[in-house]
Design a protein around this ligand. Structure first.
Ligand SMILES: Nc1ncnc2c1ncn2[C@@H]1O[C@H](COP(=O)(O)OP(=O)(O)OP(=O)(O)O)[C@@H](O)[C@H]1O
Ligand SMILES: [Mg+2]
Length: 485
């Protein structure tokens, strides 16, 4: 579910079990040098072991695949020719392809003799990271290998991130498709179908729980980038201190806690879709930084001197009303124009009660299956009551109400009394609170007031309200639903 999406990904990957003290000043990378000449191997080892935590050498290329499979090196320094007298470099190319097939994140630096440069270019097309010429200059070799180990780090993070977000995309697809029959929702579906393949930037507007994230995921999964990452960034909870480092990444040592290079969420999304959620909550002074990155299509990681390109399809969402967004004291208008090429506004559920029967059917089927009960039916009175309810928490609240009713109801038929609709916004009195004792109802009303106040104070920004109450988003949603807020 949306609330469970990770906002940040793991950092501080530990490449090595225990840190040997002497290793602290070394670059944390396992390097393998492959060459048929013993002298070269010895020279390389002597030089590199003073700079990297682990350096191994290999003379016999026949053992390379096995070694890579078992040890997964961070950087390979690979000679191009092995057989005596061989100069064509075909051996090196074949080994390179073998390594890249075993580990697509492998970082291979080639050693070439002078004159092999066109061959090196061919090798780089096949995935080699860089090349050095023989005989090498120590400084240049070191600089190349350090850059290569940084590249390895970024590739690993990006790949971990991609596989994680692919997993999430799968999970939400199972979580459900989007349904609706109201004219307003049919228009939304049509816009999704048209906008998705275009690659245009999309801004999704709507109250909490109206399905903004679902729209973003639909657009991604119908776009040309469907096989790439869908990266959601919750800007509502990103602290101003972490804003740049989380979004743009940082270099090792850029600040005290920066123990490793970090790729940043914008670059992690590169190739795929970047979903900037709660964009209306970015403070004005940070909106400028975001705009610059989006305009230039590049980010400069904190502590880096060169910008890095990003290639993302941008989808943004906010629960701010369109009028608030149009107020330049709240939102930079140049940023607005950058993100709202296509604007999709999701109407609140109370304005489209004709969608309620289909949503009910949809969620009853989902939860009956999930909880392994025979599909429940809905009484006519229950349907009327649910359609007359104002649903301030929109589709999410409806969904939770159905889940609870499916779990708690005893018979085959769901009655209105199986749904605890809460006081506010309900068409009828809440059976649940009527049944509760005076003590618990007093507690309930304290809780309700606290939540209502927090929501008000944070402009119904769920992330912030939840944070101020010390709750997770999910549990705040549950309580909002309980109190009909
Ligand atoms: N039209 C719909 N059809 C089916 N399920 C829906 C629909 N709209 C919303 N939902 C479901 O309602 C829940 C809330 O949707 P979503 O998280 O996309 O809302 P949101 O607008 O991003 O909310 P918030 O602003 O609170 O983050 C999800 O479980 C989603 O699957
Ligand atoms: Mg959302």
């Amino acid at each position: 579910m949306a609330a469970d999406c990770p906002r940040v990904y793991k950092t501080g990957r530990t490449l090595f079990g225990s840190g040997h003290l002497a290793a602290l000043s070394l670059h944390p990378a396992r390097v393998l040098v492959v060459d048929d000449e013993e002298d070269i191997l010895l020279a390389a080892k002597l030089l590199l072991k003073r700079h990297f935590t682990s350096v191994e050498t290999l003379r016999d290329p026949a053992r390379l695949a096995d070694l890579v499979r078992r040890n997964g090196f961070d950087v390979l320094l690979l000679d191009m020719n092995f057989t005596a007298g061989a100069e064509g470099g075909t051996e090196g190319l074949a080994l390179l392809s073998q390594v890249m097939a075993l580990d697509p994140q492998a970082v291979v630096v080639l050693i070439t003799a002078h004159g092999d440069v066109s061959l090196a270019v061919e090798a780089m097309k096949r995935g080699a990271a860089d090349f050095v010429t023989k005989p090498w200059a120590n400084e240049r070799l070191l600089a190349t290998l350090i850059a290569a180990s940084n590249l390895r780090q970024s590739r690993l993070e990006a790949s971990e991130f991609r596989s994680r977000s692919r997993g999430l995309a799968e999970a939400t697809r199972i979580d459900g498709e989007m349904v609706g029959t109201s004219p307003a929702m049919l228009r939304v579906f049509q816009m999704i179908r048209r906008a998705a393949p275009s690659g245009a930037n999309v801004l999704v507007l709507g109250e909490n729980g109206t399905g903004k994230e679902l729209v973003a995921r639909e657009i991604h999964s119908r776009s040309k980038r469907a096989q790439e990452a869908f990266v959601r960034v919750d800007l509502g909870t990103l602290s101003p201190q972490l804003f740049e480092s989380e979004l743009f990444g940082h270099r090792r040592g850029a600040f005290t806690d920066a123990k490793q290079d970090r790729i940043g969420l914008l670059r992690a999304a590169s190739g795929g879709t970047l979903f900037l959620d709660e964009i209306g909550n970015v403070p004005l002074h940070l909106q400028g930084k975001l705009l610059t990155a989006l305009e230039r299509r590049e980010v400069t990681p904190v502590g880096a001197d060169r910008p890095q390109p990003i290639d993302v399809r941008l989808i943004c969402a906010t629960n701010l009303a369109a009028e608030r967004l149009a107020d330049e004291n709240v939102f930079r208008q140049d940023l607005l124009y950058r993100i709202n090429t296509v604007e999709i506004a999701l109407p609140p559920l109370r304005e489209r009660p004709e969608d309620i029967p289909l949503l009910l059917e949809h969620f009853i089927a989902i939860y009956s299956e999930k909880y392994n009960v025979a599909p429940k039916r809905l009484s006519a009175a229950a349907l009327d009551g649910l359609m007359a309810h104002a649903w301030p928490g929109n589709v999410r609240a409806l969904r939770h109400a159905i889940e609870r009713a499916v779990i708690l109801s005893e018979g085959q038929m769901l009655e209105l009394s199986d749904f605890s609709l809460g006081g506010g916004g309900a068409a009828q009195g809440s059976p649940a609170s009527a049944a509760a004792g005076p003590e618990s109802s007093r507690l309930d009303s304290v809780e309700r007031d606290a939540i209502a106040r927090a929501l008000e104070a944070h402009g119904r920004n769920i992330s912030r309200a939840a944070e101020s109450l010390g709750l997770t988003r999910a549990s705040l949603y549950r309580r909002m639903q309980k109190h009909g807020l």
